[in-house]
Design a protein around this ligand. Structure first.
Ligand SMILES: Nc1ncnc2c1ncn2[C@@H]1O[C@H](COP(=O)(O)OP(=O)(O)OP(=O)(O)O)[C@@H](O)[C@H]1O
Ligand SMILES: [Mg+2]
Length: 159
């Protein structure tokens, strides 16, 4: 991640509802072929984000963490949604067995929880979303930073 060039868009939330609303808004605008990488410690809110995002995309099925299946597909939204949680992946090679390229370079939208674990497989233009807690700011506080080379035409440093 080239933080010097792309400062990122920062949003602070104070509860799961606010994180969900931000994700919903992004889901409404998501485009085919995009990969949204979700990173942050256990319980940061990656799945809360995924649920809001899916709703924004028009997925009306319940979205849960696909931890034990690695990938869960949702076909009923505006675009197909491929929700990965790679936390329990044994090795990066397992991604080949799953056939990840069909999803990453397909016609749907990908969400990848714990993307840092498969960093070498992520295309350069993947959208990075970092969710951070800050105990000093309260239990429900989250700092959400969005980095994307896709938005690099906009110079965020001046904001
Ligand atoms: N501002 C906030 N944004 C998101 N979730 C929040 C916020 N404040 C509190 N929470 C709570 O934090 C928890 C986030 O859980 P979630 O399963 O989304 O985390 P996760 O990052 O997916 O964790 P894991 O790595 O275990 O999959 C939920 O219980 C949610 O209610
Ligand atoms: Mg999760």
């Amino acid at each position: 991640m080239d933080e010097e060039r792309f400062k990122g868009i920062v949003r602070e939330t104070n509860g799961p509802q606010e994180t969900s609303e931000l994700a919903f808004w992004l889901g409404q605008q998501a485009q085919a072929g995009q990969i949204y990488c979700l990173d942050g410690e256990l319980g940061a809110g990656k799945t809360v984000f995924a649920q809001g995002f899916a709703a924004g995309l028009g997925v009306d099925e319940p979205v849960n963490s696909p931890t034990f299946t690695i990938i869960q597909q949702y076909e009923k939204g505006r675009l197909p949604l491929y929700h990965f949680d790679v936390y329990r992946l044994g090795s990066v090679e397992e991604m080949d067995e799953i056939g990840y390229e069909d999803y990453f370079y397909g016609e749907g939208v990908c969400l990848v929880e714990w993307s840092g674990l498969i960093e070498e497989l992520l295309p350069e233009d993947a959208i990075q979303i970092q969710i951070e807690k800050n105990p000093d700011k309260g239990f429900d506080y989250r700092k959400i930073t969005l980095y994307s080379r896709q938005f690099s035409g906009v110079d965020r440093r001046k904001e």
